[in-house]
Design a binder for this molecule. Structure first.
Ligand SMILES: Cc1cc2nc3c(=O)[nH]c(=O)nc-3n(C[C@H](O)[C@H](O)[C@H](O)COP(=O)(O)O)c2cc1C
Length: 325
């Protein structure tokens, strides 16, 4: 086969299919200036002796510093460090401003709160086209259970683990006559919603609450002083609505009170009740994190937020105009 004509942009896009983590590599220049850049060319080389590599564009402003440096540190960034990644992907000075560095075994800057860190001594530098390839021996490393930041097709991403054994809700094959199947998104969302809130429902039942009462209390917890109409605007998407009789019930239970201008707010007892609901919801979430892992739960939340945004029927923004409590 004849060699392919190289379209550099298509080549770069094809490389983007190879999903990587995101690192920041740091060193100190001979004059003591700390240097660092975001890099996803990092990779493992050898276990014994422990060795890693990464490559640096020859156009980098930090080129001279890395060529002089005996040591460099690799920081595998966590999901919360996307802003840091952007800072170190810029060609500027003062990238380290505001970072309280840890003390490492060499003069290379050591950034805290990463998924993993490798403190290295440079062994050899190879020419690699428009990049230089640095291979280093790992002198020390550490790791934290912080889910890593991911980079794919030119975008930051999060990972969700795929269990080896596959995930099936039921072992029964669906009948050929039935086109309703367990992969239907609406079914998955509905079932996970009800399963997760099953224990919340027990709390409501104990308190003799309808779902709509729960919605009213949580909305009033976020925004106080709402009219019945405004409350209903916020909960319309749930298929529930509050009638005058619900408001009467909530007032009789000393959960909400009316202000002189037809607006409602939580009473102290209402606020406490709402806090019980929030505590219960947090306990359920903690258990889920135990089972799924913090990274998968973060990835799930991201997808749910995107789903909510893309299906928003135009709800009033509950969170934006939050009043200080
Ligand atoms: C996710 C990501 C990965 C990157 N990987 C590399 C890399 O492996 N090597 C490199 O030289 N530049 C890489 N860059 C680009 C540099 O971070 C960027 O050019 C930076 O401005 C270099 O800074 P400097 O010129 O101050 O050294 C990457 C950028 C991003 C956002």
């Amino acid at each position: 086969m004849a060699p392919q004509e190289f379209d550099t942009i298509a080549f770069r896009n094809a490389l983007g299919s190879f999903t990587t983590g995101v690192t920041i590599i740091t060193a100190t220049a001979p004059d003591g200036t700390p240097v660092g850049l975001t890099a996803n060319s990092f990779n493992s080389v050898s276990l014994e002796p422990p060795m890693v590599l990464w490559s640096l564009a020859k156009t980098s402003l930090s080129l001279d510093a890395f060529n002089e440096a005996i040591h460099w540190n690799v920081h595998v960034l966590s999901q919360d460090q996307q802003d840091l990644s952007n800072t170190f992907a810029s060609r500027g000075e003062n990238k380290f401003q505001g970072i309280a560095l840890d003390k490492g075994i060499s003069d290379a800057p050591l950034i805290p709160n990463c998924s993993a860190r490798f403190q290295c001594k440079n062994i050899v530098t190879h020419d690699g086209g428009d990049h230089l390839i640095y291979i280093g021996e790992v002198l020390s490393f550490d790791q934290q259970t912080l889910p890593p930041l991911v980079f794919q097709q030119g975008q930051y991403a999060m990972t969700a683990r795929k269990p080896w054994e596959g995930v099936a809700l039921s072992s029964e094959p669906s009948s050929p006559q039935c086109s309703y199947n367990e992969d239907l998104l609406g079914y998955l969302l509905g079932r996970s919603h009800f399963q997760m809130l099953f224990r919340m429902r027990k709390v409501f039942d104990e308190q003799a609450h309808e779902d709509s009462h729960f919605f009213a209390l949580s909305v009033l917890n976020i925004q106080s002083r709402l009219t019945l109409e405004q409350l209903n605007d916020h909960i319309e998407y749930t298929g529930h609505s509050l009638a005058d009789s619900d408001i009467e019930f909530l007032i009789n239970q000393d959960l909400i009170e009316i202000l002189d201008d037809e607006h409602y707010q939580l009473t102290d007892h209402g606020r406490e009740t709402s806090l019980v609901h929030i505590a219960q919801a947090k306990a359920i979430e903690e258990e889920l994190i135990e089972k799924l892992g913090v990274g998968d739960v973060m990835a799930l939340k991201l997808l749910l937020k995107r789903l909510i945004t893309s299906t928003d029927p135009g709800l009033p923004d509950l969170w934006k105009t939050q009043e200080p409590k």
